[in-house]
Design a protein around this ligand. Structure first.
Ligand code: 4HQ
Length: 267
């Protein structure tokens, strides 16, 4: 059976920005292995006037320019004809915030058409008639949607089956386990006096797995406590946190005993 390729079509006035993006790493490999199909269409090719203008002054006045509706509409319709089952997305700060769940959702679709605006923004009527979904990559302002489109393509591609080698599977990713990843070490054993933890050299795989889960949990607690609110803990994870809890309680208890017969911790 022929497996369907994930189709990404980017609509932009700067298609050359994507040339280096297609050419490196896992994106390149996914294209070579026909796991994804990727192309960038120049919106300017759909401008009908002599100077191929894609922007114009805003109705109502004000500074900056607005991306004209007709050329972008022409580009969107052309892309939709090439990929009839793909979802058409506009990159905008007003969209749904991009995260791993949304990446998963897009990875299980047939394809994505990513419309990238420039200037102050895109004529509102594009969203009214031609866009299925608006996505934001975060609460900051970009000069154009292109980098956002690359981020989405990057995060979605690595979720397409067969794009990652077995060594770098997506199963242990931070946002699929709900925890931050454990620390990683490779050779040399000593780097500038900083040693690789002994447990990783022990060859005891059960112990190593447990240490990794433990460091994941503690890192998440220290750096991203908010993630616990979105995750249900396994019995093993709860046991590890309880052990830490008991260890901390013991320190406090021992201190309180010392405090009653010595002067404020002085030896
Ligand atoms: N844009 N997430 C494109 C963004 C943005 C974001 C501002 C979209 C400028 C022209 N896109 N316009 N954040 O900042 O996706």
């Amino acid at each position: 059976m022929k497996v369907k390729r994930m189709n990404f079509i980017v609509l932009t006035i700067f298609p050359e920005m994507f040339d280096p993006f297609w050419k490196h790493g896992i994106i390149r490999r996914a294209i070579d292995r026909k796991k994804i199909f990727a192309s960038a269409i120049n919106i300017r090719d759909f401008a009908k006037d002599k100077h191929r203008v894609t922007d114009d002054r805003p109705y109502g006045g004000g500074c900056g320019m607005v991306m004209k509706a007709e050329p972008l509409a022409g580009a969107i319709r052309a892309a939709q004809q090439k990929a009839p089952s793909a979802k058409t997305v506009l990159l905008t700060p007003q969209g749904r915030c991009f995260n791993q769940n949304l990446a998963q959702e897009l990875a299980s679709s047939d394809g994505v058409i990513l419309a990238c605006g420039r200037y102050e923004g895109v004529d509102e009527r594009i969203s009214h008639h031609l866009i299925d979904d608006e996505i934001s990559i975060g609460d900051y302002v970009l000069t154009g949607g292109e980098l956002g489109a690359m981020i989405i393509i990057d995060a979605v591609t690595r979720l397409v089956p067969g794009t990652l080698g077995s060594e770098d599977s997506a199963e242990n990713d931070s946002f699929s386990t709900g925890l931050l990843e454990h620390a990683h070490y490779t050779r040399p054993r000593s780097f500038e006096g900083d040693e690789v933890p002994d447990v990783l050299l022990s060859g005891d795989h059960k112990k190593i797995e447990n240490w990794r889960l433990e460091t994941s949990l503690i890192r998440t607690f220290l750096k991203r406590r908010d993630l616990f609110g979105k995750k249900s803990l396994s019995p093993q994870e709860i046991d590890i946190l309880k052990k830490w809890c008991l260890d901390i309680e013991k320190i406090i208890y021992d201190q309180s005993l010392r405090g009653s017969d010595t002067l404020s911790g002085a030896q």
